[in-house]
Every structure is written in C-alpha cells, then in structure tokens.
Design a protein around this ligand. Sequence first.
Ligand code: QAP
Ligand code: CO
Length: 167
Amino acid sequence: MAILDILTYPDPRLYKVASPVDDVNGDIRRLVRDMAETMYDAPGIGLAATQVDVHKQVIVMDLSEDKSELRVFINPRILNSCGTQDYEEGCLSVPGVYDTVTRAEKVTVEALDEHGKPFTLEAEGLLAVCIQHEIDHLLGKVFVEYLSSLKQSRIKNKLKKRQRERV
Ligand code: QAP
Ligand code: CO
C-alpha cells in the first residue's frame, strides 16, 4: 500500500474530468486501497481519484468513527435527488478552509463496488453531502466554486501563499 500525494487547490489538475472505469481489475483495486490509506492517513472522510491526480471515476469514503466502514464508488451516477440542506464542508485539497454549501438533502446513487458489482444506495444527511462533494471532484469541480468569487480569490491567495512558504 502507499500514501499518495493530494493535489492542493487551485492546482489546474483538480479541474480535469475523470473517465469511467471500464474494467474493475487489480490495478483499480490497488488504487482503491492506496486511496483509502491516503484518506485514513490524512485523516479525511472522503477522497476522489482526481485529488491524487488519477483521472478515473473512483471514490472512497468512510464516515465511521473507527475507520470500519469503507465505501467505494466506481463510476457513480446520481439517479435522483430531492430537497436541500446546508452543510459546512471541508476538503483535503483545500486544507484549513471550511464553508457552507447548499446541496440536495437526499440522493439515490448507482455505482460499482471494488469487485465491479453494481449497487444502488439511497443516502441522506452527511452521506448525501459527501457523495455529491466527491462526485463533483470527478467532474473537475471543487466545493469552493460554490462560494462567492471574492471568497474564492481569498482562498486561492491564502493557499498559494502557504505553498510558497512551504517550499
Ligand atoms: C469531503 O472532506 C466532505 O481542511 C471530505 O485541514 C467534507 O475529508 C464532505 C480535511 C465535509 C462532506 C462534508 C480538511 C482534513 C478533510 C481539512 C474531508 C484539513 C484536514 C476533509
Ligand atoms: Co474534496
């Protein structure tokens, strides 16, 4: 297993659109394991392949307290959504930044698991937020894009400044 490097906003590679996985093979299962290890190490509750510069439709997520409920979504599609909810989101690619985003309250998502088996899941609350946040990454979208352009430019400047200071 390996811990992968996570891209930091506004890295242009975060805007790439991920391609569907056509074969859930050993390479994909290794990617899933490495992404899970990277997410647990961070620690975070969700990670999309885009964030580790792999532009395939793969998401890992674990909302449990004790890292016991890894969820894997390959080629996820939202079939249905309803309602709205506000949630204060963060992102491993936007460290130290949290802000409120309005999303659907409930979503029905269809995806493949790490064995290539299709499943359908009805999600609400935080799970629904996390699924929508991670699917956005696969579409090249970061949650800060829902904020005002003033906030976006402040966040960009803050993170660029921090990166300059680190190297
Ligand atoms: C996405 O986010 C999410 O700023 C997953 O310094 C977040 O795992 C979906 C993290 C909230 C729904 C609601 C962020 C870790 C982790 C940071 C994460 C940080 C360290 C974020
Ligand atoms: Co994110």
